[in-house]
Design a protein. Structure first.
Length: 280
């Protein structure tokens, strides 16, 4: 999701935190049975035969971030990292708890979201600039910088639907970061694309940090978290496991993952040995 949100504190009210989450819980309802196709889903829904069960994507998360800090979020797939960033971006509302965000947010959460595939890259730059609240004159003043950073000069008038995932990433990242928001949220989208462009993105994010931007980063590449972030949070099944110094959190997380993988390896070997003994 490529978005831009402006949240400011109430008049005469100052907060030392640019992001302040208190006891945030996010609840979803999911079907309690596996349904193979959309038709079957709607038939059961209309007949009131569809049973749902409650799923807590986040449970009592408290997080306070000061302006200019860089935070990384680690955890396995489905742990709740993206849900947390969507709450901060105001894409999702919590079932319980409070969310206070004091500043502008540029969020890069889902690849290609916010980009109209039927429009050209040139048209998308102006469209997104307008959605973000900028005048045409301002967008024109930043246009060349956006194009140069994205390295899409030869594809400006091509429909984005013909772009590769890496090209979409280049366009989205270039638009979001040229504006230098108070808060930049990046969720895994840099996992696609080439190494040289990733390096450029890291350099730009470091530059933004030096200018006071707050960074919230999700990456399965733990070294990215360790390089970019001073603080980190480890989330598992919607709950905070650990929060604090990024290197400490990443070390503990990696040790846990290594133990899990070793356990899985031993279980597979045990199962294979058991199957072989039956064949003999």
């Amino acid at each position: 999701m490529f978005g831009f949100v402006k949240e400011l504190p109430e008049k005469n009210q100052k907060s030392e935190y640019i992001v302040d989450l208190q006891n945030v819980t996010v609840r979803f309802n999911k079907a309690s049975e596996k349904i193979d196709n959309l038709k079957e889903y709607f038939v059961k829904l209309v007949r009131h035969e569809l049973m749902f069960q409650e799923f807590l994507a986040l449970q009592d998360i408290t997080l306070q971030i000061k302006p200019g800090e860089a935070w990384g979020f680690v955890g396995t797939n489905g742990a709740g990292k993206s849900t947390l960033l969507k709450v901060i971006s105001k894409i999702l509302k919590p079932y319980k708890g409070t969310v206070e965000v004091n500043g502008t947010i540029a969020s890069l959460i889902e690849l290609g979201a916010g980009i109209d595939p039927q429009l050209t890259a040139r048209e998308n730059i102006f469209l997104n600039g307008t959605i973000l609240g900028y005048s045409r004159e301002f967008i024109e003043s930043k246009f060349d910088d956006i194009v140069k950073f994205s390295e899409l000069e030869d594809f400006l008038d091509s429909p984005v639907k013909n772009f590769s995932s890496g090209m979409k990433t280049r366009l989205s990242f270039s638009i979001a970061t040229i504006m230098e928001p108070d808060i930049l949220i990046v969720d895994e989208i840099l996992a696609v694309g080439d190494a040289l462009f990733r390096k450029k993105c890291m350099e730009r994010m470091n530059k933004m940090l030096s200018h006071g931007t707050t960074l919230l980063l999700v990456s399965h590449n733990i070294s990215d978290i360790e390089k970019m972030c001073k603080k980190a949070m480890w989330i598992n099944r919607g709950k905070m496991v650990m929060s604090g110094d990024a290197k400490d959190v990443c070390t503990q997380y990696q040790e846990k993952i290594a133990k899990m993988k070793e356990k899985e390896r031993l279980e597979k070997e045990k199962k294979k040995a058991k199957e072989n003994s039956k064949k003999q």
